[in-house]
Design a protein. Structure first.
Lengths: 108, 266, 157
């Protein structure tokens, strides 16, 4: 896809201490650098290499991705709901482009 | 006498065993219609799980895009799709399940992609989306999603009949260096193994599909072109008369199967 | 989406796949292909993680027995840990020993995760082992390994 689109599955509300599952999806071809074009020339690597999640400004999860991660990376991880606030998600690719998304969670 | 009893018991055990093994898997019942089986039935459980969850299904990245395109004003008439068809596309429920369809004004069979483009050029004054472009895939997926779960219901008689016959003829004609016809894999050898793969019935109720081997969403014609290449036949250009007719014939083979777009397949 | 490790569905299929896997391994030896990681590469990758040899235990890998397609293989990694400030999983690494390069991913977790569990999708070039290594807050290393069969589709697909 020309532009990277992101999807988030974050529960909008949770009880304090409850562990919720965060699911994310980003559209990106994750060109591994192993494929060749129609002239036989290797297509250079172009992947999302870093993903982070911050909870009210504090980083809670980070993933470093290699070319062995499938296209349209799906990343899911648990999070203990501690306080109401914002979850910020950041994807960075090999060209330094930064893609952001965020979600709100209300904790009672 | 003892030997006879032993043989009888062995026979009973074997027939009972085969009865248990041939029980239809209840988890795929929704994806069959009589003898007809969706590609879903042939997929591994993990692949099915990816399709079953609207979040994990990567096809929904295109649905999101389709939703955005739906409300975007485009073309000389200053309209969006939503302007005529409603903001939530509810009006389109069930429409895609009847495609490909004979269009009386044009006097020919058209598929859902062509219908989308006709709406753009005729009603919006907007340029048609290119075949297999991200925009067309997104819009097709979005439109077909409105028919998800509904049975494929294409008309094969009346004015559509000559096109259906043409599609049937294509399906049954040998072609390519391997000199094979669609019917040979999908009808004569359906459910048998080709290396480790079980040949499916070649149903199209799930297109556009997120094919794991493509790592992207693709249309049914992309698959036709790939099938052609795989038997070393020259793929036809997108939108060829043969492919539109073939789409109708293959859709009719899956009449009654639920629309599963956007599906996930290998 | 939690994967259940190893579901036995049709034993016939498994037998066929095993045979195909073996045949594939044999055939692979005769075909020219892109350079793949050697056992030395995997050792180097493991050494790069840090001092100490990982022990077996605590780590569970969820993966399909037979990958539908090597392009997209759903993986889960779970590490048995209370995930408290005093005792949590700091980092999880994953490698695949038959890919062009062994490294697959690295996860940095915090006690805020509540559980040590990640889900993602990887590419596997061939039938090979996926290896997970977890480092706890006390510095100890734990590991698990799991084979995943990657078969060739009937029509080269």
């Amino acid at each position: 896809m020309a532009s990277v689109e992101t999807r988030l599955k974050v529960p909008s509300a949770a009880k304090k201490g409850e562990i919720v599952q965060i699911k994310t999806l980003a559209s990106h071809p994750m060109v591994s650098g192993q494929t060749k074009d129609s002239n036989g020339k290797p297509i250079p690597r172009d992947i999302i290499n870093t993903f982070t999640c911050s909870y009210n400004g504090k980083q809670v999860f980070k993933m470093m991705l290699e070319p062995a991660i499938s296209a349209n990376p799906f990343i899911a991880f648990p999070l203990r709901a501690d306080q109401t606030g914002t979850l910020d998600f950041v994807w960075v690719d090999d060209n330094g482009a930064v893609y952001k998304d965020s979600a709100q969670i209300t904790v009672t | 006498m003892r030997l006879f009893v032993a043989a009888l018991i062995a026979g009973l055990v074997l027939s009972l065993a085969s009865l248990v093994w041939s029980q239809p898997d209840p988890s795929v019942a929704k994806h069959t219609a009589g003898d007809k089986k969706s590609g879903y039935v042939y997929a591994e459980p993990q692949t099915r799980a990816i399709q079953d969850d609207d979040f994990t299904n990567p096809g929904f990245l295109w649905i999101d895009k389709g939703r955005t395109l739906w409300t975007r004003v485009d073309g000389t008439m200053g309209k969006s799709c939503a302007a005529c068809h409603g903001a939530d596309a509810v009006e389109l429920k069930g429409v895609a399940a009847h495609y490909p369809k004979y269009d009386a004004k044009l006097g020919k069979l058209i598929d859902i992609e062509q219908r989308i483009n006709l709406e753009r050029t005729d009603k919006m004054g907007a340029p048609a989306f290119a075949w297999e472009s991200e925009d067309l895939l997104a819009m097709t997926a979005f439109v077909k999603l409105q028919s998800r779960g509904m049975p494929v219901d294409v008309a094969t008689g009346g004015p559509a009949h000559p096109f259906w016959l043409k599609g049937k003829q294509y399906y049954e004609t040998r072609r390519g260096q391997l000199d094979m016809a669609c019917a040979q894999c999908h009808v004569q050898n359906g459910n048998r193994k080709l290396r480790t793969e079980t040949l499916s019935q070649g149903q199209t109720n799930g297109f556009p599909t997120y094919r794991l081997s493509w790592e992207t969403l693709g249309s049914v014609q992309r698959r036709f072109r790939e099938c052609n290449s795989q038997i070393r036949a020259e793929p036809e250009p997108y939108g060829s008369d043969d492919y539109i007719a073939l789409e109708l014939y293959v859709a009719s083979r899956g009449q009654g199967l639920p629309v599963e777009s956007p599906s996930v397949r290998k | 989406m939690r994967l259940s490790p190893s579901r036995s569905r049709l034993s016939r299929r498994r037998a066929l796949a095993l045979g195909a896997g073996a045949a594939l391994a044999l055939a692979a030896g005769f075909k020219p292909r892109a350079a793949l990681a050697t056992p030395d590469d995997v050792k180097k990758w493991l050494a790069g993680i840090g001092p100490g040899s990982p022990q077996g235990g605590k780590v569970t890998i969820g993966a399909p027995e037979i990958a539908e397609n090597g392009n997209t293989v759903p993986i889960t990694i779970t590490v048995d840990s209370p995930m408290t400030e005093a005792n949590y999983v700091k980092t999880i690494w994953m490698a695949a020993d038959g890919n062009p390069a062994p490294g697959v991913a690295r996860f940095d977790l915090t006690p805020a995760n509540g559980e040590a569990h990640v889900e993602f999708r990887i590419r596997l070039a061939q039938t090979e082992n996926v290896i997970a290594v977890a480092q706890l807050s006390d510095g100890s290393l734990w590991t698990a390994s799991r084979p995943v069969k990657v078969t060739i589709g009937g029509c080269g697909g």
